[in-house]
Design a protein around this ligand. Sequence first.
Ligand SMILES: O=C(O)c1ccccc1NCC(=O)[C@H](O)[C@H](O)COP(=O)(O)O
Length: 268
Amino acid sequence: MTTNFLDRILKTKRLEIDRLKQQGLTVKHSETQTHRGFAARIRQADKLAIVSEVKKASPSKGVIQPDFHPVETAKTYETAGAAAISVLTDEEYFMGSIKDLTAVRREVTIPVLRKDFIIDEVQIDEAYLAGADAILLICAAVHKERLKDLSGYARGLGLDVLVEVHSEHELSAALDASASVIGVNNRDLTTFEVRLETSERLIPMVPRDIPTLAESGIRSADDAARMAACGASGILVGESLMRAGTFESVSATLQSLQVVRTTKLQMR
Ligand SMILES: O=C(O)c1ccccc1NCC(=O)[C@H](O)[C@H](O)COP(=O)(O)O
């Protein structure tokens, strides 16, 4: 049997889940928290909503930003007009941390997404306790029925759920799982190949009342305009913002991506 990179990541996640369960990590019902609406921010943005990602490294690119300051980066994103922040919390493959999420959430006022490979309720509890407003669920990582369970569990805690798809088949599972937002990942997580055509094919199939994000490989105003033209409510951008460097350069990059939404999109 061949093992792809996603399988490798999920194997690591199962070990992390065992550790979290051994620690007895769980949400008590008295621990109610106020959440910033992630889906609402994407829906309401008058231009293409930019979910800006705090991402030190990735399996496909290695170290992206060696001079990594998650809180400063997130504050720059917010000042430059990001709709929300995505924090990669995976340690082993992305050099992130759940502590980065807590620190970022404390210093910004916009919603914060936990970007990780979530396959168990205990990881949702961990996200909740760390202060996340939303979590990511990846269709390629869980079976259809588990996706529904995990989405229902997160929404029961008041978290928004971004469900990520890469094919028609996965889109149907995401719709069944009552996603708050549907993300189309342009990156194939098994081969790392990036094709913006994936969003162009799938986003028009999403019912108009569900906000959508085009994810990965968006580097220029032209790319952003292509995503807006196919009806995306917003885009999720990591690498090109992380490589931008200075405050001025990050702001200029982010603002260049905030293209006008299409007429069709304004109706979402
Ligand atoms: O980025 C990777 O190499 C990667 C590999 C395997 C699984 C997931 C991966 N990335 C997660 C993401 O979805 C991206 O960080 C996100 O969409 C931003 O993409 P980009 O703008 O291309 O950094």
